[in-house]
Design a protein around this ligand. Structure first.
Ligand code: ADP
Length: 708
């Protein structure tokens, strides 16, 4: 094939020129020379420059024969082998490009005597051209394990007929790592090796990229296993090709039960329907991805699902978002509640997100101010516009202070906000501060309550108080003046009264016989009148003295008051057949003479206003009640009608006419004044026809402190 004898009419000279130009003349000459000497057949191949300028390859053979004259002639044939050469060159080039080198064992009697390694192989392994005698000094194995493995491989190939191949790692040149694909073909006949040959291909680049892919794959698998998301992949015929650990946990199906199985029977009906719907939606959208959040009834869980379509099938990432969903729902509900509450209350509910300057303000704002920003998100600047100008600095200074004090979690402020018709309302703003972990305020929320009414009420109360204070001061002044007057008057009146009295006595005594009955009665009236006046003046004096008297304290037993009193009132007690009992008594630390006067008045009233139908029973009780003493005088007298209970303590107030029961109407007024002077209060309970209980209490004085 490709060999054609040359048919031409060129001269020998022309031929040699063509051979010279081809560059192989010397080689041919030496072959011919050799043949002429040895008289053996010569054969050579050479390049030849054709007269048309093409380089071709010629192969020549010649059988020499010596003539009688000693010259040698050749019976020769020259053929054009250009095509064969070109094919061989091409094969050589292809082997070079494919980085393939061949080898062959040279056998002698069925035993390997030597090896022949191709140039390419030597080049690939960067081995010394001369030295290799077998694979073990041709290859530099990367370690012993590889070398051992290779020996086993060769042994196996030598024992059986067939083709064997495997990849090995070797070093070339200066320890450069190479991967070689080693192919062996062995042919045996009757257990005798008849051919042993093969080739080696440098597959380093392929192997490295394979390893890279393998690494990437195992890296991908590692990632898929470590992610918290569930992941599974399905090929186009519906078989599961990947099922990660999280998928096992979330769907509760072990990997062994799904790998290679059809996906659909693995899922309960509802889930299957959902997935087929999602896949349909992807198709309809003509997209390669879909993202869904859905409740999966079969698992009683919310899942976030991402489905990706690829050329080989589809893959699904899914995360359990039940907790998040429930929390979201809770937040939604609590937000709704918050808005509802803010709408339901008259207070202005507000919530300020400082990080984003988002200010929520409830509907109460519109209700109070008449301006519409209620139930909207706005900025602090917008809200600030509604604050009464004079109060702005005060509020913001206060807020800054609260925000900058790390322990402050609440604040309260009062200020005015503008409302329609150029008016303003007073509000009290109560807030709570929320800080992040570094203590920086990120949110504040609270409510403003309209306190305009209270403010106005406070103001009017303040004015009222001031007026009252003024009045009280005036009253005190006039009281003092009155007391002064009463004292002076009663004091000064005593003398002229005594004169009237004594002169009346004298008049009656001296002119008793010359005056008629009527005149004498008139004198008696006048004397009675002046006696009454004397009593009034005496009582008035007593009354006005109370105020001026110093409250001196002493320790005494109540008996020390009661016993002398009984002696004082002995005549009256006897007359009325009265009984005076003491149901409770105690030692007192108080003003003895003042209490004496109080009990004198109360007991003499109990005797005076007794019921003629029964003998007076007067019971006295004195109790130490811790903070104060409680005194009570209980009688079984006439009693007092309810409407008069308050009035009887006033000056000159009397419920009985003087002709029936004498009196000045000052006794209880004096009692009240003394009780009040001692810091206490007095009251009466009474039932007409049953009797009365006069009660008063006075605070206790600290004896220990007093003497200390
Ligand atoms: P006087 O006894 O001089 O009238 P008081 O100030 O002591 O004045 O009493 C005022 C009035 O209270 C009496 O006029 C009497 O009507 C009524 N009163 C006082 N004590 C009693 C009592 N124990 N029982 C019923 N009425 C009493």
């Amino acid at each position: 094939m490709g060999i054609q004898p040359l048919r031409s009419r060129v001269t020998i000279k022309q031929i040699w020129e063509g051979i010279k130009a081809g560059g192989d003349a010397e080689k041919l000459q030496s072959a011919i020379l050799q043949s002429s000497k040895s008289l053996r057949r010569f054969s050579s191949t050479w390049r030849y420059l054709n007269p048309d300028g093409r380089i071709v390859y010629h192969e020549g053979f010649g059988n020499p024969s010596k003539k009688h004259d000693g010259s040698v002639v050749w019976d020769s044939l020259i053929v054009d082998v250009t095509e064969r050469f070109e094919l061989a060159e091409m094969a050589q080039n292809i082997a070079k490009i494919a980085r393939i080198g061949s080898w062959e064992a040279i056998l002698k009697d069925g035993v390997i005597a030597d090896y022949r390694f191709s140039k390419n192989l030597i080049e690939i392994l960067q081995a010394d051209n001369q030295s290799p005698i077998d694979f073990f000094n041709l290859f530099q194995f990367t370690d012993h394990k590889v070398k051992r493995h290779f020996s086993r491989f060769i042994k196996k190939a030598l024992l059986k007929s067939g083709s064997f191949e495997e990849d090995f790692s070797v070093f070339v040149g200066e320890k450069e790592l190479k991967w070689i694909h080693f192919v062996v073909k062995s042919e045996c006949h009757h257990s005798q090796l008849i051919r042993f040959y093969g080739y080696v291909q440098d597959v380093t680049a392929k192997k490295l990229s394979e390893l890279q892919i393998q690494n990437a794959l195992s890296e991908k698998n590692k990632i898929l296993e470590s992610i918290g998301d569930g992941f599974f992949a399905v090929n186009w015929i519906g078989q599961v090709t990947y099922w990660n650990k999280s998928a096992e946990e979330l769907i509760q199906i072990p990997r062994e039960d799904c790998l290679g199985k059809s996906i659909w029977p693995l899922f309960p009906v509802d889930t299957r329907k959902k997935f087929t719907r999602f896949l349909r939606q992807i198709q309809e959208k003509k997209s390669s991805h879909i993202h869904k959040q859905d409740f999966f009834q079969d698992f009683d869980k919310w899942f976030e699902v991402n489905i990706y379509i690829s050329e080989v099938g589809f893959s699904v990432f899914f995360t359990d978002i039940t907790k998040r969903k429930l929390a979201e729902e809770e937040i939604k509900q609590s937000n709704e509640r918050f808005v509802k509450i803010s709408n339901a209350t008259n207070d202005i509910i507000w919530d300020y997100d400082l990080e984003n300057d988002r200010f929520f303000i409830g509907e109460g704002f519109q209700r109070l101010t008449g301006y519409k920003i209620g139930n909207k998100i706005t900025s602090l600047e917008e809200v600030r516009k509604f604050i009464f100008e004079e109060d702005v600095d005060k509020i913001f200074d206060g807020l800054c202070q609260a925000f900058q004090s790390p322990n402050e979690s609440n604040f309260q402020q009062e200020f005015r906000i503008k409302i329609k018709n150029d008016e303003y309302a007073y509000v009290i703003n109560r807030g709570t501060i929320i800080r992040n972990r570094s203590g920086v305020v990120i949110r504040a929320l609270g409510s403003m309550t309209d306190i305009t009414y209270q403010k106005n009420y406070e103001k009017s109360l303040q004015t009222l108080n001031e007026n009252l204070k003024k009045k009280a001061f005036e009253l005190e002044k006039s009281n003092k003046e009155l007391e002064q007057f009463a004292y002076v008057a009663s004091h000064d009146l005593q003398e002229p009264l005594r004169m009237v009295n004594s002169f009346m006595g004298l008049l009656k005594k001296r002119y008793k016989d010359s005056l008629d009955e009527r005149a004498l009665t008139y004198i008696d009236f006048a004397v009675q009148g002046s006696e009454q006046m004397k009593a009034i003046i005496f009582n008035l004096l007593e009354f006005s003295k109370v105020q001026q008297e110093d409250v001196t304290l002493s320790l005494f037993d109540f008996q020390e008051i009661l016993e002398p009193l009984k002696i004082n009132l002995n005549k009256e007690i006897k007359l009325k057949g009265a009984t005076i009992s003491l149901s409770n008594s105690t030692v007192l630390f108080s003003n003895k003479s003042m209490l004496f006067q109080v009990f004198q008045n109360l007991i003499s009233n109990a005797l005076k206003y007794s019921d003629s139908e029964r003998e007076p029973q007067i019971d006295i009780s004195v109790k130490d009640e811790g903070e104060h003493y409680l005194f009570q005088v209980k009688d079984n007298g006439l009693g007092i009608r309810e409407e008069y209970l308050d009035k009887i303590f006033a000056l000159f107030s009397r419920l009985h006419t003087r002709d029936k029961i004498p009196g000045t109407g000052l006794g209880l007024a004096i009692v009240k004044k003394i009780v009040e002077k001692l810091g206490g209060e007095i009251w009466v309970n009474s039932t007409v026809g049953v009797g009365s209980i006069f009660s008063f209490k006075i605070p206790k004085n600290d004896y220990e402190n007093h003497i200390g």
